[in-house]
Structures are given as structure tokens and as C-alpha cells.
Design a protein around this ligand. Structure first.
Ligand code: AMP
Length: 397
């Protein structure tokens, strides 16, 4: 994988695609700077080599060209403060005046372009638009993993204009390297733990993982579709009736792949979907009517923990229960802890990702105890569904 470390940026103008899609409040102040902060090492490396940087990003979903509230101008002062250099701003992406600003950049200088999505050509992957972007720089750096599953002008097509001068930024390299470690170079035993609300949003992942993993643990709301498919009684738990057949096929598929598919044997049930609902433990296939399963039980936690402990590679996506309610967060917390322990004590490589798993690992303050937390969202999910990400392929190819 070619990264910024393998490239000398001295006297080069680097076109860097970043993900500065940060939340802004009504006064256009940044409310969470994580995404900007995460790109600073890549920018610093280029400037440190004696290169200059042209930053490109989208922000929000503009519908009709320029919208002041989605202007990247609002990010300039924070970025300058963080980088401790002056940040020039171009109030469009491809005009002659922007071309002049880019051409005039001296080593160590930074130019931020206006929101790429003010141009419909960006999402369309338009070649003329891309050629104009390409003319601004000498080398292309992609550090925006969150948009790597989109074949947009700045995320994918631009790489074609730099066949010998295209590299991954640190952030992107971290994501791709960690995902490759799990999906392409996994050390065995490999255990995937899937949870969350719905089978329908995870079915492609499950089917792809069957050819990869040794153990597949299924928890969260989606377990009940599997338990019902096997003839269990799930009371008022969340079930996708139209997917019962599919769940049955998946169970059969696991057998034919020799995958150990593990479902919880006990669950914490509640008489309402509320933190203060009455709750009790129950066998996962004998839930009375009027009750619903909102977390996995202690017997299941013990069994899952044993499997996690003996794994060399662990992928976790989706909470084991309704972890947002403290009374039903135990299963998710204990599984997060087991993953953290396996990572630190037995040297397993663990990757945690997908919206709610990231929220969960942060809630339990364990993010720094697992090997890697992917913030790639949709891009990460597509990767673990086995899809090729155009933004990654464009740099690797
Ligand atoms: P997902 O976005 O599909 O990963 O689903 C995450 C959501 O699933 C979280 O908001 C959880 O509260 C919810 N969830 C997990 N377990 C259950 C359950 N047993 N019943 C209902 N919702 C659940």
C-alpha cells in the first residue's frame, strides 16, 4: 500500500481529498472537530517535506450550488489554528483565479477549496470537472475513507490523472490496512460478532463472512429472526417476518461452510421498550407473549467471552442489546470488555466498526483498548460486504 510515507513532497503541490464533513451549529461554528483533527498528520507530513497542500472536501448535501451555510470558509480559522500556518481559501474549485492561487503556492502553504458538492459534476464523476481539479496539483493524496465507496470526481476519478503520483493519507491507510488485516489476512480463529437491530441491513455482511470466519456470533435485535426461524418463541421481540426463510438458509449455509454460528441461549426480557420496564431473564427461545428481548443474558455472555478469548482475529459490528438504555447495556458492555481483553492480553487483532458499535465502544470508554475503531460508516460496511471500494481501488490500481 503506497502511503504519504513513501512519497517525497518537496516542491510538489499535493491535492489532498479530506473528509471535512463536520457538524456546524446555526452560527456556522464547528461542533465536533474530530474529522479535521484526524487529517492533520497527513497535512503536516506534506508540509514538513517542503510541499504545499490543496485541500478538497465536501460538506453536507448542498442541493442547488453555492449555499453559504455549507461553505468550507467556516473551517478556515480552526484549520489555521490547528496547523499553525496561514490557510488560504479559494471560493470555488475550478476557476482561473483558483488556478492562479494554486500555482502561486509556496512550500509550506495551504489552500482550501470551496465545497466540492457545490458542483453537480463532483458526484457525477464528470471528467472535465476532474481534469480542472487535476490541473491544480502535482500529486493526489486520498485521506477520505468515509467517501471511498463513492466513485465521485475527487474521491476516485482524480486518481486516473496521477498514475504515478497517487498515495493514501495516514487516515485512509489506517482504515484500509486494518480492514485488509481482518478481511484478507485474518489469522485464525477468526470470530465475527454481529448485532444491531435488523437482519435486513446485515444480511450481505453475514453471507460474505460465512466464507471467511470460524465463529459467527449473532446478538442484538436481529437474533430473534434467527431464533424464530428455528422454531423458538420470541414473544414481542423484534422480528423481520419476511426474512425467516433467509435466516433459515443462513443457518444451513453456516453448516455447509463449517462455520460455528452461535446464538444467545438466554436473554434479558422486558415488558415494555423502556429502561424502567420490568425485566427478567429467560431462555432465548421461550419468551412469553407481552415480553421482548432487549439484551443477551449471563449464560450467553460467558459463552461468547470464551469464544472471543480464543480468537486471533475479531470483527465486531452492532450492539448486543439496547445499550442506550443502561438496564439493557450489560451484554454490549461485557462483549466490548471481552474484545478489549483479548486484544490487550492475548494479542488478538480486533476491529470495531459501524455506527452504533463505535457509539457503544465510546460509551464504555474502551476505544483505545481495541486494535482499531473504524469510523468509515458506509464505506466500512461495504468493505465487509466484500465490495470493492472505488476510492481504494483507484489508488491501488
Ligand atoms: P444497527 O444500526 O442495525 O446496528 O442497530 C443498532 C440499534 O439496534 C441500537 O440502537 C440498539 O438499541 C438496537 N438494538 C439492539 N438490540 C436490540 C433488541 N434486542 N431489540 C431492539 N433493538 C435492539
Amino acid at each position: 500500500m503506497k502511503t504519504v510515507d513513501e512519497y517525497n513532497f518537496a516542491a510538489k503541490r499535493a491535492l489532498v481529498r479530506v473528509d471535512f464533513n463536520v457538524p456546524l451549529d446555526d452560527g456556522q461554528r464547528i461542533t465536533d472537530t474530530t474529522r479535521i483533527d484526524a487529517t492533520i498528520p497527513t497535512i503536516r507530513k506534506i508540509l514538513g517535506d517542503g510541499g504545499s497542500v490543496i485541500l478538497m472536501s465536501h460538506l453536507g448535501r448542498p442541493k442547488k450550488g453555492h449555499e453559504n451555510k455549507l461553505s468550507l470558509q467556516h473551517l478556515v480559522s480552526y484549520l489555521a489554528e490547528k496547523l499553525e500556518v496561514r490557510v488560504n481559501f479559494a471560493d470555488d474549485c475550478i476557476s482561473e483565479s483558483t488556478g492562479r492561487k494554486a500555482a502561486a503556492l509556496k512550500p509550506g502553504e495551504v489552500l482550501l477549496l470551496e465545497n466540492l458538492r457545490f458542483y453537480k459534476e463532483e458526484e457525477a464523476g464528470d471528467r472535465d470537472f476532474t481534469a480542472k481539479l487535476a490541473a491544480l496539483g502535482d500529486v493526489y493524496v486520498n485521506d477520505a475513507f468515509g467517501t471511498a465507496h463513492r466513485a465521485h470526481a475527487s474521491t476516485t476519478i482524480l486518481a486516473e490523472f496521477f498514475p504515478n503520483d497517487k498515495v493514501f493519507g495516514y487516515l485512509m491507510a489506517g482504515e484500509v490496512g486494518s480492514l485488509n488485516k481482518v478481511m484478507k489476512e485474518a489469522q485464525k480463529p477468526f470470530t465475527a460478532i454481529l448485532g444491531g437491530a435488523k437482519v435486513s441491513t446485515k444480511i450481505q455482511i453475514i453471507n460474505y463472512l460465512l466464507s471467511k470466519v470460524d465463529n459467527l456470533i449473532i446478538g442484538g435485535g436481529m437474533m430473534f429472526t434467527f431464533i424464530k426461524a428455528m422454531g423458538g418463541k420470541v414473544g414481542g421481540s423484534m422480528v423481520e417476518e419476511d426474512l425467516l426463510e433467509l435466516a433459515k438458509n443462513t443457518i444451513e449455509g453456516a453448516k455447509s461452510f463449517g462455520v460455528n454460528l452461535i446464538l444467545p441461549t438466554d436473554v434479558m426480557i422486558a415488558n415494555a421498550f423502556a429502561n424502567d420496564a420490568e425485566k427478567k431473564l429467560c431462555a432465548s427461545d421461550k419468551i412469553p407473549d407481552g415480553w421482548m428481548g432487549l439484551d443477551i443474558g449471563p449464560e450467553s455472555i460467558t459463552e461468547f467471552r470464551k469464544i472471543i478469548k480464543s480468537s486471533k482475529t475479531i470483527l465486531w459490528n452492532g450492539p448486543m442489546g439496547v445499550f442506550e438504555m443502561d438496564n439493557f447495556a450489560t451484554g454490549t458492555r461485557d462483549i466490548a470488555l471481552a474484545i478489549a481483553t483479548a486484544s490487550s492480553e492475548t494479542g488478538a487483532f480486533s476491529l470495531v466498526g459501524g455506527g452504533d458499535s463505535v457509539a457503544a465502544i465510546n460509551k464504555f470508554k474502551l476505544a483505545d483498548k481495541v486494535s482499531y475503531v473504524s469510523t468509515g460508516g458506509g464505506a466500512m460496511l461495504e468493505f465487509i460486504e466484500g465490495k470493492t471500494l472505488p476510492g481504494v481501488a483507484a489508488i491501488e490500481g
